[in-house]
Design a protein around this ligand. Structure first.
Ligand SMILES: C[S@@+](CC[C@H](N)C(=O)[O-])C[C@H]1O[C@@H](n2cnc3c(N)ncnc32)[C@H](O)[C@@H]1O
Ligand code: SF4
Ligand code: SF4
Length: 333
């Protein structure tokens, strides 16, 4: 969960100093063992097919743990990508180090090498992992492959299902994730998704619409579809969350998310936009060569914030937070 920590006071000039972010996003690698047709980081992955070294992530986490002042401190680390985080050879060790430094952890993954973490993490540390979201998009193997296009000899589908079962048995909190699109919203597809959650003992189904970046539009989840989803959830007795944040109208002209959380890409780029990997205008500096604490709230940071025209941005996940922060700013002056 994101804490705004009073960032609106800084953004509307009421306070001179900004607050320490409550969360950060870290990409462990740009390498991936799938090639999902919709992937928003495909170009970036193609250009920088790299992963950071284990040492540089351990060093980063130590720095984040010391990034603490009277405005707050970082509580949560989210591993996402870039590429597929579990492909990093030591991802499980990096996660354990976060836990040892008292961070809560979340991970967004295709689940393909989840077993490394599930098999190695000591029992008492499991609950420090708040949430693992496993993206499957479809619980029907043929559709799964049509969407996610595994780059391995055999489809990753069966292995992912087994890994999720083992993880939930050990007490990990796993959500099954799917981007809604024409390919996976028939009755049969939706039923299969809910059944997958039930069969694997996962916590819930987390769904949100697929964003078509080429045409800048978001798949429409109609009221009829929402009703169907609600009915299947009841039928299978499986909870779900439907995140329509991308579809909300924008009420802000500046992107406040840029001060909420930094994004550490695996090629060293430090981004202020979680959907802007590969776009130089969102790069604040190189976190592998410099200390993030010197880059965050720098003059350059303010300039990126002031010079970004959000009307040119695609529909994005932080939309909801941006709208909320705008409301706080509007009610603050
Ligand atoms: C780039 S992936 C990296 C993590 C991991 N490889 C995975 O697939 O879960 C991070 C997240 O971005 C989401 N994503 C990628 N392309 C998207 C798109 N076109 N529309 C909406 N979400 C997208 C994925 O569904 C995933 O949850
Ligand atoms: S598994 Fe994740 S990173 Fe890899 S192609 Fe799919 S969405 Fe992109
Ligand atoms: S895409 Fe979204 S998160 Fe990125 S700069 Fe634009 S509004 Fe902000």
């Amino acid at each position: 969960m994101i804490h705004f920590n009073g960032i609106e006071n800084y953004l509307c000039g009421k306070t001179k100093f900004g607050v320490v972010p409550s969360r950060v996003d870290i990409d462990l690698t740009n390498v991936c063992n799938q090639n999902c047709f919709y992937c928003n980081s495909a170009d970036f992955r193609g250009k920088y097919t790299v992963g950071g070294s284990t040492e540089c992530y351990i060093d980063l986490i130590d720095k984040l743990s010391a990034w603490d002042n009277n405005t707050g401190s970082i509580r949560e680390i989210v591993f996402t990508g870039g590429g597929e985080p579990t492909v990093h050879k030591d991802y499980h060790k990096v996660i354990e180090h976060c836990i040892d430094k008292n961070f809560t952890v979340q991970m967004i993954t295709n689940g393909s090498k989840l077993h490394k973490l599930v098999d190695s993490l000591p029992e008492k540390k499991i609950k420090k992992i708040k949430w693992i979201g496993v993206d499957i998009d479809s619980a029907i193997p043929e559709t799964y492959e049509a969407i996610r296009r595994s780059l391995t000899k055999r489809s990753l589908f069966n292995g992912v299902k087994e890994s999720v079962k083992n993880a939930t048995k050990r007490g990990f909190t796993i959500d099954i994730k799917s981007l809604l699109m024409a390919k996976n919203t028939s009755d049969v597809e939706l039923q299969a998704l809910f059944k997958f959650v039930k069969d694997t003992g996962a916590n819930k189904l987390h769904i949100r619409p697929f964003c078509d970046y080429e045409n800048n539009n978001v798949f429409e989840v109609t009221p009829q579809m929402q009703e169907k989803i609600e009915n299947f959830s009841e039928e299978f007795n499986v909870p779900y969350t439907l995140n329509l944040a991308r579809s909300e109208p924008r009420r802000y002209s500046r992107c406040h998310q840029m001060f909420l959380y930094p994004i550490f890409a695996s090629n060293g780029d430090l981004y202020v936009c979680c959907e802007g990997r590969g776009r130089r205008k969102f790069v604040l500096g190189n976190w592998m060569k410099n200390d993030v604490r010197d880059l965050w709230f720098s003059q350059k940071h303010k300039e990126i914030y002031e010079n970004t025209d959000v009307s040119l941005c695609p529909p994005c996940t932080p939309n909801k937070w941006n709208n909320k922060i705008q409301d706080l700013i509007d009610n603050n002056v």
